[in-house]
Design a protein around this ligand. Structure first.
Ligand code: XUL
Length: 523
């Protein structure tokens, strides 16, 4: 019997599955369901509910549950050998939170396969919607918690990050302040990851050290709840939060709901999930300390692995627990493909191929033209009032604006990642925009480092599947080694290496200062 493992990624815009065969070391199945298209009745746009306040971004936990039903139904239709799956793990968009009432635990234990998950779960929420990572409406709560914890440096060194608007602690505090009655009715607070894990396990699942670190509530070094942070956030949190645990650890057998309804193996293990970025780190094979990757997705993220915990005193970057043990550092830039898409729309550029061609037509350094692409409130640097700004850049020149948006994104990454003090000899790159050589050349030149493409469209779901395999091997006392486990699944695309151009790299060394001055000016 093939040893299969299922990884699920509950991201902002879609729910994806990857199934791996551990013996042939192959991905045997991949599928994605786009929320807006597959479940239009939830009325989301790019996975987000419409809101009048541009700083408020919520989604619906029932939408994620409905998508899980659809995904399993799809796997059944596609004849995935669900009876051969030995463990299921997953990951979720980070920071988003789900508020469950006192009925939830019993409902989870008795999920009725004759009903849908949505029918089962109606009535278990203390709050109908979930604030997600794109929300930036909690500046006040961030300031309050930061002050109680003793400022940026202390907050970062205790919890792994300064307080951030999208982090769960400030979001919980806002909920407590604005709707104390509903907060009082909240028996369990889950993250997107632990909520989805709870559905699979049929009980309240722990939060892992990777996603837990995105809450401003976990002690990053001790990996337990930090009581000062809990107290600074809201009352009685210790009762409302689940246990913290290693990702991939077995929670128990999967809920009978999935066994009876879809034919999932009754002995398959349900495991602890993690955040999408920690899972991607595994999916990209970043196991060794000092490795660096850039993911060009809805948000652009810059991450690296490290053995010891070193936090960013300036408070821009984050440290999370890595599913492979140790730590990962992460910087999240909200205006990633979000901004590239906006420029494409603005200049009516037919496709990404054309976009890349326009970038290639313009010189490195863009003749001095700079664009700050803050279409949405930006996380790094902190920009609360969205708006784009041009410096010595002709608004009418489409090609120059295409180059400008990507150059600014890469210069910002270089500038704001300096605290990590890593000098990688190569950078792995993944995500939608990583298919374009012209863009990767800009990346290699700005970072003055060779760049290799990893073509895993679903690195997070793959990481989750590997995490399921790891958890199952641990439970079977087989003492798995991460390096061995990921080998073969995560090699860079042959021939994808791009070397920096020495002349262009010099241009960017100089441009960095000018870029920093523009940021300073704009802020
Ligand atoms: C990371 C972050 C985003 C989400 C995207 O801190 O907010 O990358 O995890 O799903």
């Amino acid at each position: 019997m093939a040893r299969l493992f299922l990884g699920i990624d509950s991201s902002t815009q879609s729910l994806s599955a990857v199934v791996i065969d551990l013996d042939t070391r192959k991905v045997v199945y991949e599928k994605s369901l786009n929320f807006d298209q597959a479940l239009p009745q939830f009325k989301t746009k790019n996975g987000v509910l419409v809101s009048r306040d541009p700083l408020v971004k919520h989604s619906s936990p029932l939408l994620w549950a409905a998508a899980l039903d659809l995904l399993f139904a799809q796997m059944k239709t596609d004849k995935v050998a669900l009876e051969n799956i030995l463990a299921v793990s997953g990951c979720g968009q980070q920071h988003g939170s789900v508020y469950l009432n006192e009925k939830a635990a019993a409902v989870l234990e008795n999920l009725d396969p004759k009903k849908s998950l949505v029918e089962n779960l109606t009535g278990v929420f203390a709050r109908k919607t979930s604030p997600i990572w794109m929300d930036s409406s909690t500046a006040k709560e961030c300031a309050e918690i930061r002050k109680k914890l003793g400022g940026i440096k202390f907050t970062a060194s205790r919890t792994g990050s300064d307080t951030f608007e999208r982090f769960t602690g400030p979001q919980i505090r806002k909920f407590y302040k604005t709707d104390p009655k509903a907060f009082a009715k909240t028996a369990h607070i889950a993250l997107v990851s632990s909520f989805m894990a709870s559905l699979l396990a049929g009980k309240i699942a722990p939060i892992d050290f990777g996603d837990g670190a995105g809450m401003n509530l976990m002690d990053i070094r001790r990996k337990n709840w930090n009581h000062d942070a809990l107290k600074a956030t809201a009352p009685s949190l210790v009762k409302k939060l689940p246990l913290l645990a290693e990702s991939g650890r077995a929670v128990g057998p999967v809920s009978k709901y999935f066994v009876e309804k879809f034919g999932l193996n009754a002995e398959a293990l349900a495991t602890v999930w993690t955040g999408d970025n920690p899972a991607s780190v595994i999916g990209l094979g970043l196991i060794q300390p000092g490795q660096v990757a850039i993911s060009l997705g809805t948000s652009d993220t810059f991450f690296g692995t490290m053995e010891k915990c070193q936090t960013d005193e300036s408070g821009e970057g984050h440290v999370f627990g890595s599913p492979a043990g140790g730590y990962l550092t992460l910087i999240c830039f909200k205006n990633g493909s979000l901004a590239r898409e906006k420029i494409r729309e603005l200049y009516k550029i037919a496709d990404w191929k054309k976009f890349g061609e326009l970038v290639a037509q313009t010189p490195p350094g863009n003749n001095g033209g700079i664009l700050l692409p803050w279409f949405e409130a930006e996380i790094v640097p902190r920009v609360n009032q969205p708006g784009i700004r041009r410096f010595e850049l002709d608004e009418k020149n489409a090609a120059a604006n295409c180059r400008a948006v990507f150059e600014a994104q890469m210069l910002s990454m270089r500038l704001h990642s300096q605290w990590m003090q890593v000098a990688p000899e190569k950078i792995f790159v993944t995500g939608g925009a990583s298919n374009d050589r012209a863009l990767l050349q800009v990346l290699a030149d700005v970072m003055n480092c060779k760049v290799l493409r990893i073509e895993i469209s679903k690195s997070a779901a793959l990481g989750a599947a590997l995490q399921a395999a790891h958890g199952w091997l641990v439970a079977a006392d087989q003492n798995p080694k991460w390096e061995k486990l990921v080998a073969g699944f995560t090699a860079p695309v042959p021939g994808s290496e791009i070397k920096p151009d020495k002349k262009a790299a010099k241009v960017y060394d100089q441009m960095l200062e000018k870029y920093a001055a523009c940021e300073y000016d704009a802020l």
